[in-house]
Design a protein around this ligand. Structure first.
Ligand code: RUB
Length: 306
């Protein structure tokens, strides 16, 4: 298998590329690279390469339906095409990748436009981990002249919250970093909570960085509205047919290198927030109820349900 796929899969696994949207974009670019460098002789050879690449990318992180939807969309277009020449099939990969990327960019802008309206002057926004979709929304609110402050968890074990606070400081937003366990203490001060998503299930539940569901519970008790900021394409169609979203369990080294013998350490990367705790999903179709997810997906991206 060609290097761009292995290299990208490794960067994703090691969190050099982080966050669902960046993971999907990196996977699309790797597939494009594969199409550019392919030495396949015929249609079958090229398609086999694509399927092998798909498998490697999918196994780099389990809880990433946006990446799976993106790669599957591209490979499906190749499969459905009647072209025989490898160059023509490679061209389909290029244009499909480009189109998917543009769709993602368009969604990001639309989400920011809609979500920024929820940031009132002098409000306090609580967030968790690092979501490029959330930080883009906050950037937009700032550029529109809104004044607000941000409280962000550090997001153990690998501290993605530090990326968020650096971005906020660069925007000149008043920013506070807290340990994850201080959530209940600080959520009291929040006017709203904004978190990203890695996956949305058919029931409207949302999977995001470990700790998100605890924040949702705390926000519920503190009566702070809890919003999920996400592209609809993070919907996982397999959940419609009974599959549970797999929760990636990462290396225990992230928590404690050289721990005492016989100690059990668990390190799930994500958890599930039930729809009942979600005020709304801020997505490219507007602010929707998690209950309406299938209807909205069917309207906007019917191919995801095929
Ligand atoms: C990142 C995380 C983010 C979502 C959404 O986890 O949980 O909230 O991926 O991010 P990790 P985005 O650091 O383990 O990838 O909005 O950028 O898609």
């Amino acid at each position: 298998m060609s290097d761009p796929i292995e290299e990208t899969a490794m960067s994703i696994k090691r969190l050099k590329v982080q966050g669902a949207r960046n993971v999907a974009i990196a996977a699309i670019k790797a597939i494009q690279e594969l199409a550019k460098e392919t030495e396949a002789k015929d249609r079958n050879g090229f398609f086999t390469e694509l399927l092998e690449a798909q498998e490697i990318l999918f196994s780099s992180r389990e809880t990433e339906p946006l990446m799976r939807n993106a790669v599957r969309w591209i490979t499906n277009l190749v499969e459905k095409s009647d072209r025989e020449k490898v160059e023509e099939l490679a061209e389909i990969v290029f244009s499909a990748s480009q189109q998917f990327h543009e769709t993602l960019e368009g969604s990001k802008e639309k989400i920011a436009e809609i979500g920024a309206r929820r940031i009132k002057n002098d409000s306090v926004v609580f967030t968790h981990c690092h979501s490029s979709t959330v930080t883009h929304l906050l950037r937009r609110a700032k550029l529109e002249g809104r004044s607000f402050e941000v409280i962000c968890t550090e997001s153990r074990p690998v501290f993605q919250g530090r990326m968020t606070v650096k971005e906020m400081l660069a925007l000149d937003v008043k920013t506070t970093l807290i340990v994850d366990s201080a959530t209940r203490f600080f959520v009291n001060k929040a006017d709203l909570v904004l978190v990203g998503a890695d996956a949305i299930t058919s029931e409207g539940n949302v999977i995001n960085k470990i700790g998100t569901s605890m924040i949702a519970l705390a926000a519920h008790e503190a009566r702070a509205p809890f919003y999920v900021v996400t592209e609809l394409l993070k919907f996982d169609p397999t959940t419609m047919y009974g599959s549970f979203e797999k929760i990636e369990e990462r290396s225990t080294d992230e928590i404690w290198k050289g721990p005492p013998r016989d100690l059990i350490i668990r390190n799930p990367a994500f958890d599930v927030t039930r729809r009942d705790f979600i005020h709304g999903i801020i997505c490219e179709e507007g602010i929707i109820s998690p209950h309406s997810i299938i209807e909205v997906i069917n309207r906007r991206y019917p191919w995801v349900l095929e």
